[in-house]
Design a protein around this ligand. Structure first.
Ligand SMILES: Nc1nc2c(ncn2[C@@H]2O[C@H](COP(=O)(O)OP(=O)(O)O)[C@@H](O)[C@H]2O)c(=O)[nH]1
Ligand SMILES: [Mg+2]
Length: 182
């Protein structure tokens, strides 16, 4: 990893789809990246990817290792906050956002996942409102921060929906997360 690469991580509830989303990101940028992925395997893994603007290394952390990882890893410049639209903001999600604040992670970029399982209109708005409130209460940027949404699993199944959500997430990462060396 070079000095200019941007180190980020995933946070969010157990089973909300963090690992699936990381693989959807890789798949959206590099067809075939999903091949080595074993769903349900609990491991902490690093993946490199490149958008049009930046190079990232994302550390996919199992939810129960988040605190340990914040203590032990080199600094993260941001985190993707994955929230399932079915479960919404759970106590575990709340805890991760507080931990991110305590450990000084400067930017959180939310992704509302599992949108294939909800009736899109009112539930989506409600879930996004909860995420905004959570970020705001913990001192995170919410103004001018799009909350991307979609279904990581549908992306991986190569169905037609969902890619705009991943693209929107990557655009938001490019716009809001910076390495001090870049
Ligand atoms: N319906 C649906 N299921 C999903 C979606 N994303 C992930 N899952 C499923 O949710 C479960 C947990 O996903 P995983 O990525 O391991 O969650 P993690 O614990 O946050 O890393 C798996 O069975 C996934 O297939 C999604 O967008 N829609
Ligand atoms: Mg996982």
């Amino acid at each position: 990893m070079g000095r200019r690469d941007i180190s980020i991580c995933t946070i969010g509830g157990t089973g909300h789809g963090k690992s699936t989303l990381v693989h959807a990101i890789l798949e959206s940028l590099k067809p075939g990246a999903y091949d080595n992925y074993n769903r349900g395997v609990v491991s902490t893994s690093n993946y490199d990817f490149k958008t049009a603007a930046k190079k990232y290394r994302i550390h996919d952390i199992p939810a129960t290792y988040v605190a340990r990882s914040f203590c032990n890893s080199p600094r993260y410049y941001g985190a993707v906050l994955v929230v399932s639209s079915v479960e919404g903001v759970t106590p575990e999600v709340r805890k991760h956002v507080q931990l991110a604040r305590w450990f000084g992670i400067p930017t959180l970029v939310p992704f509302l996942n599992k949108c294939d399982l909800i009736d899109q209109s009112s539930n989506l708005l409600q879930a996004k409102r909860e995420i905004r409130t959570l970020l705001y209460l913990n001192g995170y940027r919410v103004f001018d921060l799009p909350i991307s949404h979609g279904s990581a699993i549908e992306c991986l199944k190569h169905e037609n929906s969902g890619w705009e959500g991943i693209q929107s997430l990557l655009d938001t990462l490019d716009r809001t997360i910076f390495s001090p060396y870049a």
